[in-house]
Ligand binder design. Structure first.
Ligand code: NAP
Length: 264
């Protein structure tokens, strides 16, 4: 089967949760450029509307930790687009602390946004994708899920949960719905920009530690999400694709940052 190069996702209808910023915004632009109609849901209504305005998309605000609220926004997106065939769940948040010093409220918030949020989204998306005759879901995990990440206990645990949840869903919903993950390494987005603002020398350290010789861009991740949404990945499901320029072949994005935040 040859995939049309001109309009590979023509006829697809996609929701991107966390699509107002960073990786999710780039995913929204890539899916739209490939011909899909795109709905953007984000905590920040103005950010969601801004990206939607660029790509003639639809937008709404919702908090992924609120199951009813995010389900209602996803239902409204499906209504506006005439169903859903694709979903990318990219909403996420992070912070760092030594394990014994986490405020339990902050611990729960990180697990709630990064793991429960993905569940709340998939729970609402799956019935729409099944109703449309099938499609693909891509969840954004992290390299912190697959290698030790000092200072990132709840984030790492939540992201590992996202990979497990995604592969379970792939078993349950194949062959109608393919479910995969991407795990970004260090990507320059509003989430990571404070690291480079506080410690400008982190750029050079990361560039030197990355076999591809640079820090990643949101487009580096979005193009892999696009692949996982497209018919080119039609025999790929239940997988986690690491997009890190090779960084975790011998280290991790957060290495050293914990020691700078919490010197012994
Ligand atoms: P980003 O630019 O901050 O984008 C994350 C988006 O998610 C923001 O628009 C944010 O809204 C939204 N969001 C946060 N909490 C939400 C909630 N409760 N409900 C709905 N939306 C919410 O960060 P990013 O780097 O693109 O991150 C995208 C995904 O990649 C995240 O899952 C992140 O964990 C993952 N990731 C990023 C990196 C990296 O190096 N950047 C590495 C590994 C994994 P607000 O701005 O209003 O908070």
């Amino acid at each position: 089967m040859l995939v049309s190069a001109s309009d590979p996702l023509g006829g697809d209808r996609a929701v991107v949760v966390g699509g107002g910023s960073g990786i999710g915004a780039s995913v929204s632009r890539h899916l739209s450029a490939a011909g899909a109609r795109v709905a953007i849901i984000d905590l920040d209504p103005e950010a969601a509307a801004g990206v939607a305005g660029e790509i003639d998309g639809w937008s709404a605000a919702a908090d992924v930790t609120d199951p009813a609220g995010v389900a209602s926004a996803i239902d409204a997106a499906a209504e506006a687009l005439g169903g859903l065939t694709l979903a990318c769940n990219a909403a996420g948040t992070s912070s760092q602390s030594p394990l014994a010093r986490w405020d339990p409220v902050e611990w729960s918030r990180l697990v709630s946004v990064n793991l429960h949020g993905i569940y709340h989204c998939m729970r609402a998306e799956v019935p729409h994708v099944l109703a449309a005759g099938g499609g693909a879901i891509v969840n954004v995990a992290s390299v912190s899920a697959i290698r030790p990440a000092a200072g990132e206990g709840p984030y790492a645990a939540a992201k590992a949960g996202v990979i497990a949840l995604s592969s379970s869903a792939a078993l349950e919903y194949g062959p109608m719905v393919r479910v995969n993950c991407v795990s970004p390494g260090m990507i320059r987005t509003p989430m990571t920009e404070p690291i480079f603002a506080i410690w400008p020398d982190e750029s050079a350290r990361l560039e030197a530690a990355t076999p591809m010789g640079r820090i990643g861009s949101p487009d580096d991740v979005a193009e892999v999400v696009y692949f996982l949404c497209s018919p080119m990945s039609r025999f790929v499901t239940g997988q986690n694709i690491v997009v890190d320029g090779g960084l975790t072949l011998h280290g991790g994005a957060i290495d050293g940052i914990f020691d700078r935040l919490f010197p012994a």
